[in-house]
Structures are given as structure tokens and as C-alpha cells.
Design a protein around this ligand. Sequence first.
Ligand code: PLP
Length: 283
Amino acid sequence: RTVFVNGEFVPEADARISVFDRGFLFADAVYEVTAVIGGKLVDYAAHQARLRRSLAELDMASPAGDDELLALHRELVRRNGIDLGSVYLQVSRGAADRDFIWPPAETGPGLVLFTQTRASLESPEAERGLRVAVAPDLRWGRRDIKTTQLLYASMAKSQARRDGFDDVWMTENGFVTEGSSNNAYILTQDGTIVTPSLSRSILPGITRSAVLHGAAEAGLAIEERPFTVEEAQGAREAFITSAGAFVTAVVEIDGVRVGDGRPGDLARRLRRVYLDEAMRTAI
Ligand code: PLP
């Protein structure tokens, strides 16, 4: 694979990052993952807008202008022949003597891009639906910023896998925040889609925004509010969204079956609608 690092395209084996890079030492870095379908970038503008916001929240310099970033994405997709997969972009504050105080802006930023491929739009997991564990949300308090500080989510998901689950839903003050790397939803028995409202407690998912928009256009009832694990376990359906999972049904929560234990009609419909729209609007 070719990757982009330090201003150039290089074979991945030749890519080098300083041991003093603040992304490495402090997780002082933000990132985006943009899906690629049919060689095109899905929801690209929204991912770039969120990147700009993450950078601004952390007072981090922009690594490149809009046109240049888009050109880098496209060039990497082309060089690696990606038809289906994703582009990962990371901006770190750059390399500086190890210090808790942010170095001057001239130090950075460091920009890295690489691609990942996927075999198919479908997956056995998506077809049968996910079984999620439940764990306390012990991440930091600015989850609205997409930083590379992913250790707790990684730890909780790994524990969930060891316990035989596919993923984990995290809870705080008795309510579900989100999945390890996805937003969480239920469909109530009376037919309302419920998902936590945006706050510092969750990442404002790009897929969340697209799916809620599509659902509203279809005239479906939506409530952005907290829900508990118990409410989710008694719901008609449950599902998650992310740039990687699109819309994927959740069929079991902490060992309790949701509905009849199979992916629900709404989750399947939203997945189809989302993918159609993603392909139609990809650039
Ligand atoms: N929540 C978290 C914690 C995530 O890491 C992600 C994606 O990686 C999401 C939600 C979903 O966001 P998006 O739809 O932009 O991929």
C-alpha cells in the first residue's frame, strides 16, 4: 500500500513518524474515516467539516486547504485502487520535546493518510445483527471531538469480544451514550426512533446525521433523548450507525434479545436507504 506521510506518498514500509510526535505521546491528534464506495468518497464534505471543528476545538493548525485534502484523498484512493473501503486521515500536533504544554503552532501539524479495503458492503455480522455487551462509559468528557484517544473504547470492546459479544454499548448516569465506535438507536414499541441528542458525551456521527435526515424525510418519528439499557432491551428494534458499519441491527443487549432476535425491518430499510443515498452523493 501507498500511504501519505510528511508531505509525500510513500510505500507503507518506508513511512516514518518521529518518536516525539504528540499523536504518539499524548494522543494529541484528531482523525476522520471516510468510506469509499465505487471508488468515491461518501459524505466527504461532512467529514471535512467535522475535522475542521475537531481542529478548532483543540487549537490545532490546519494541515492543508480543502482542495488539497480532497486531492490527497482521491490520489490515495487511485494509487491503491480502492473500490470499496475507507480513507483514514489523522492530523497530529506534530513532533516536539515532550511537554504537557502545547508547542507553538509552527511545530505541526503532522498529516497522515492511509487506505483500508473491505471485501463487501455486506457482512455476516450485519446480516445476523450484533450482540452487544454493556459497560460503563469511562472515556474522557469531550467525546464530541474525534481524537485518537481510543484506549477505553478499545479496552471495552476487547473485553466484550472475550465475553462472546460483538461490540459494547456504554452507559453513563444510567443512560446509553454510544457504541465503541458507533452511535446507538432504538425503535420504540410505538414506532419512534430514539437516539441520544448531541452533547459532549457522544461523537456527532456523520452517518447519524445522514440517517436521521433520511428518516425525517421519510416521515418517521424521531426523538433525540436519552434511553436506558432496560428501555432498549424492551424496544422493537435497536441499531447502530457509523461510516464503517453504515446502519447495522443490534439483536441482543447484555444477553437480552431485542424483538424477535433478528435484524428489524426499520434497521434494514434505513441501511438500504443510507447506502443508496451514499452512493448517489459520493464524490
Ligand atoms: N461514535 C464514536 C465513538 C465513533 O468512534 C464513531 C466513528 O468512528 C461514531 C460514533 C460514528 O461516527 P461516523 O458516523 O461519523 O463514522
